[in-house]
Design a protein around this ligand. Structure first.
Ligand code: COA
Length: 161
């Protein structure tokens, strides 16, 4: 558990899922049915975190594990994948997303043995791209028409030493 000024970052729990789904609906165009959140929780709960203030969930991050070719060399590796992250607008720019990502990065490495972490982000989402830049992710390549509306994604990756 991490404490920021007035916020706590803690592991997600099943009763949080309805609030997480609400934040996802309010903040991102990629929305998922409840079973998707539950499945990720059931399989990768150690890398699933929420930010909370005064008993209210105001941000979340969820991740999964997968196999794939390294983005830093020709090897097959186990990697973490950041599936979704969001912070409610009223609570942004206070370091909450950074702490959420740092907690998941640590869990993906230590609990799931990830060698790298990847994520996709809209090329127009400069706030998120800067967040990942700052945390040491590399911009790997553009994925053409990755999103349903035809927008391109920036593939980003982080390699653990
Ligand atoms: C992207 C998002 C998660 C960032 O959350 P946050 O809690 O505000 O992020 P942080 O406070 O930890 O910001 C860390 C750094 O990211 C960058 N950043 C964050 N928001 C930014 C913005 N609006 N404009 C420019 N840079 C920004 C800055 O470098 C910032 O550091 P600084 O405040 O010291 O300058 C949040 O804006 C959000 O929920 N957006 C909608 C959902 C989304 O886009 N998710 C990502 C999909 S891949």
């Amino acid at each position: 558990m991490t404490e920021l000024q007035g916020f706590v970052i803690r592991k997600a729990e099943p009763p949080d899922i309805s609030q997480i789904m609400q934040i996802n609906l309010e903040t991102l165009p990629e929305n998922y049915p409840e079973y998707f959140f539950r499945e990720i929780y059931d399989r990768y709960e150690k890398a699933f975190f929420v930010a909370e203030t005064e008993g209210k969930v105001i941000g979340y991050i969820m991740c999964r594990m997968e196999g794939g070719v390294s983005n830093f060399g020709l090897r097959w590796i186990r990697r973490g994948h950041i599936v979704s992250i969001a912070v409610l607008p009223a609570f942004r720019r206070q370091g909450i997303a950074s702490e959420l990502v740092k907690n998941s990065m640590k869990a993906l490495k230590t609990e799931y043995n990830a060698k790298e972490i990847i994520l996709e982000v809209r090329v127009t989402n400069l706030a998120a791209i800067r967040l990942y830049d700052k945390l040491g992710f590399s911009r790997i390549r553009t994925l053409q028409a990755y999103y349903r509306n035809g927008e391109n994604a920036q593939l980003m990756a982080y390699k653990f030493e």
